[in-house]
Ligand binder design. Structure first.
Ligand code: FAD
Length: 177
């Protein structure tokens, strides 16, 4: 296997055609996943004056906007509209005639609104400097090093310790008391 040139600064990362060549990026904060949480984490790191990169292996747009909260609520809104139509009589409002639900139209609206929401998120991601966006799936090499799709090594300055939950251990005496 040919040896890989390591390039230590993200500011002068060089793209090379050599097979197995690895680009190495040094940063303060490496965020895995450009979902709702990841985007907020990246922005918080930048706001705190840190160098940060955000690594995304899948499509941009977040689970929430693409397939989660947002499209599901659009579908529920259509169901609620249909439900309400059947319960207007107590208000003296009478809907005469057949209520027709066009499933295709319902889903077309869900999809077009979903695409609009995803568009907002994707435009937000596109506003992140290209040098800070890394495409591919990250895996840990060690506590502060990630490898992305076998092509990029990301070295973060440090991994903050995760605070341990404080839990009072019951002593043997109190456990039997
Ligand atoms: C049908 C449905 C309805 C929902 N409704 C609600 C709701 O009403 N209210 C609510 O609060 N929540 C809801 N949720 C849950 C909500 O969508 C998720 O909790 C939320 O989107 C998770 O956000 P996140 O930022 O943690 O991750 P995500 O938005 O899922 O982002 C994670 C990203 O990380 C990327 N990724 C993962 N591993 C790697 C890796 N190794 N390298 C690089 N990239 C990686 C993924 O590709 C993905 O883009 C719903 C979910 C579903 C499926």
């Amino acid at each position: 296997m040919p040896s890989s040139p390591l390039i230590e600064s993200r500011f002068d990362a060089i793209k090379t055609e050599e097979p197995y060549a690895m680009t190495t990026i040094q940063t303060d904060v490496a965020v895995i996943g450009a979902g709702t949480a990841g985007l907020a984490a990246y922005r918080a790191a930048i706001a705190a004056g840190k160098r940060a990169v955000i690594i995304e292996g899948g499509p941009y747009g977040t689970t929430c906007a693409r397939v989660g909260c947002m499209p599901s609520k659009l579908l529920i809104a259509a169901a609620e509209a249909a439900h309400e139509l059947r319960h207007t009589a107590p208000f003296g409002v009478h809907v005469d005639g057949q209520i027709r639900i066009d499933g295709r139209e319902v889903m077309a609206r869900v999809r077009s609104e979903r695409d609009r929401f995803v568009g907002f998120v994707v435009r937000g991601v596109e506003n992140i400097p290209e040098a800070d966006r890394i495409r591919g799936y990250a895996r840990f090499i060690d506590n502060t090093t990630l490898e992305v799709d076998g092509q990029t090594t990301v070295r973060a300055s440090r991994v903050p310790p995760v605070p341990r939950r404080r839990c009072r251990r019951r002593s043997r005496r109190s456990a039997t008391a």
